[in-house]
Design a protein around this ligand. Structure first.
Ligand SMILES: Nc1ncnc2c1ncn2[C@@H]1O[C@H](COP(=O)(O)OP(=O)(O)OP(=O)(O)O)[C@@H](O)[C@H]1O
Length: 357
């Protein structure tokens, strides 16, 4: 049973359409305020859009178009929402927290407890069954919350940054648990972490300003990003423009040379992007003679350690596009780099991938 949604919520400048095939997990990525939580709220029935409709298979979650208005309440939608905080019932132990859903759905006390034990085992939390929420660490509580969500047998699981409130030791364990339980399950996970997208999602949707700006299979979106946001997550520089025979032409008329995808027959004038890693960029103080073509002036905005390198962030041209170069600390010191300094970035065209926007 696939999931389909179209919804508009004017007060939040939100307008999205998306669908999800059976067994598919999709990661929603986007900057703060892009509408990720709004999307989950609309699906879960916590926020009412102005117009639109959503259904899971034959079951209508809401229809707000035309004359027939249907609005199914949250507990009848077949969705379960897992938030950043576990939000367990404080007076119940872990087992009874998980048994609550099946019990409310009419299961006998014994059957509900059996279901709860099954799901606690699935999230590696069976030994925690007797503990009250105050006796659980953040990571343990979140695993119990996952079990509680799954015990309600949702047709669509909604996860709003489930790892965000956990420390770096607890997050990997929860991520492994989620990988196991999300396999073959319809789920939408909001995350800021590219690792979640790679590990958990078949598809990625990038949202900005209440709209979907990019979507596709996880690797395709993250390795060949078309939006600046996805490129930033993947640590790639992105230059946008129109396709030219040897690369792309930027809006200020410069040719940016790169390698076209061999399977792609570009049409000159078509919108295209050039992506390249910061490691392919060299930094020079003055003009570079006999250089490759991808040499342009930039203004350094920021310097920060990046592994054993220095990441030099800079603005290019009037478009104020942000680009990065990774160079050694010694090179950075020799060049005397400081924010505000004008330098040249030189990019090896052999390391620039050009593909359609
Ligand atoms: N309770 C609210 N009332 C009114 N507007 C809101 C409310 N919550 C969010 N918004 C607005 O709706 C838009 C989308 O916000 P939303 O919280 O969905 O973004 P997000 O992508 O989840 O952001 P973040 O990554 O910061 O959680 C933003 O413009 C935000 O200011």
């Amino acid at each position: 049973m696939s999931f389909e949604l179209q919804a508009t919520l004017r007060a939040r400048n939100f307008d999205m359409s998306l669908s999800l095939a059976d067994g598919q997990t999709v990661a929603i990525l986007g900057p703060n305020g892009a509408g990720k939580s709004t999307l989950l709220g609309v699906i879960a029935g916590l926020l009412r859009p102005d117009a639109g409709s959503a259904r899971i298979g034959g079951k209508q979650l809401f229809t707000l178009d035309g004359g027939t208005h249907l609005w199914s309440p949250p507990h009848l939608r077949g969705t379960a929402l897992l938030a950043q905080e576990a939000l367990l019932f404080p007076h119940l132990n872990a087992l009874d927290n998980v048994a609550f859903g099946p019990r409310s759905a009419g299961a006998s006390k014994a059957a509900a407890r059996e279901t709860a034990q099954h799901w606690l085992a699935e999230v590696d939390a069976l030994p925690l069954a007797d503990r009250k929420p105050t006796q659980l660490s953040g990571g343990q509580a979140q695993r119990v919350a996952v079990a509680r969500a799954l015990a309600a047998e949702p047709e669509l699981l909604l996860l709003d940054e489930p790892m965000a409130a956990l420390d770096i030791h607890a997050a990997p364990l929860l991520r492994r648990v989620l990988k196991r339980v999300l396999t073959g399950r319809k789920a939408i996970i909001v995350t800021h972490d590219i690792l979640d997208a790679y590990m958990l999602a078949d598809r990625v949707i990038v949202v900005e300003k209440g709209r979907i700006v990019e979507e596709g299979p996880t690797r395709e979106v993250l390795e060949r990003p078309r939006s600046h946001f996805a490129a930033g997550l993947s640590g790639l520089n992105l230059v946008t423009g129109t396709v030219a025979p040897e690369g792309i032409t930027t809006p200020d008329g410069r040719l940016f040379a790169g390698q076209h995808d061999p399977e792609w027959s570009p049409v000159p004038g078509q919108a295209g992007v050039a992506a390249f890693p910061p490691s392919s960029v060299s930094v020079f103080l003055g003009d570079v003679h006999g250089s490759p073509r991808n040499s342009f002036p930039v203004t350094v905005t920021d310097l920060e350690p990046h592994g054993d390198q220095i990441r030099v962030r800079a603005h290019a041209g009037q478009s104020a596009q942000s680009l990065s170069a990774d160079i050694t600390p010694a090179a950075s010191a020799d060049l005397g780099l400081v924010p505000g300094l004008e330098v040249r970035f030189v990019v090896k065209s052999a390391l620039v991938s050009v593909y359609p926007a």
